[in-house]
Design a protein around this ligand. Structure first.
Ligand code: HEC
Length: 129
């Protein structure tokens, strides 16, 4: 009996070490996210300073909304939004851009699947490293 408890505990420990820090369920897969990013590519790049119709998304996590250097076409709504982008903020924006920031200029229906959003956010994170 004791041995079983011990083994189970040991197995749990081994698994959490193998998964590494921060690897919990809602973490996305950057490789899958790269595929999702095809939907964004018409308007965004992940290269520093390279803007298209939309601003470069290089380093967007941790950046204040509406402040990509050199991007001149932000809407007043985005400039006024004033929030520093984190994962949950981008998640909410991508789920329904129009509703999250009324009046913003991103003409995109949104990503309905939570895993698509988690994956593309993981890709954005990785692309900034
Ligand atoms: C049709 C073009 C278009 C598509 C497709 C598009 N975007 Fe955008 N995106 C924009 C524009 C334009 C803005 C700036 C909006 C504004 O200023 O109101 C923007 C803004 C953003 C911002 C805020 C950037 C900042 O500097 O504050 C994020 C994050 C973002 N988009 C992510 C994405 C992701 C991820 C996808 C794909 C899932 C995507 N967008 C698809 C055009 C697009």
């Amino acid at each position: 009996m004791l041995t079983t408890v011990f083994r189970t505990a040991l197995l749990g420990l081994t698994l959490s070490i193998a998964a590494g820090p921060g690897a919990f369920a809602q973490d996305g897969d950057p490789a899958e996210g790269k595929k999702v990013f095809r939907k964004c590519q018409a308007c965004h790049t992940v290269q520093d300073g390279k803007h298209r119709q939309g601003p470069s998304l290089y380093g967007v996590i941790g950046r204040k909304a509406g402040t990509a250097e050199g991007f001149k076409r932000y809407s007043d709504a985005m400039k006024a939004y004033g929030v520093v982008w984190d994962e949950s903020g981008i998640d909410a924006y991508l789920e329904n851009p129009k509703q999250a920031i009324p009046g913003n200029k991103m003409i995109f229906v949104g990503l309905k699947k939570p895993e698509d959003r988690a994956n593309v956010i993981a890709y954005l994170k990785q692309a900034a490293e």
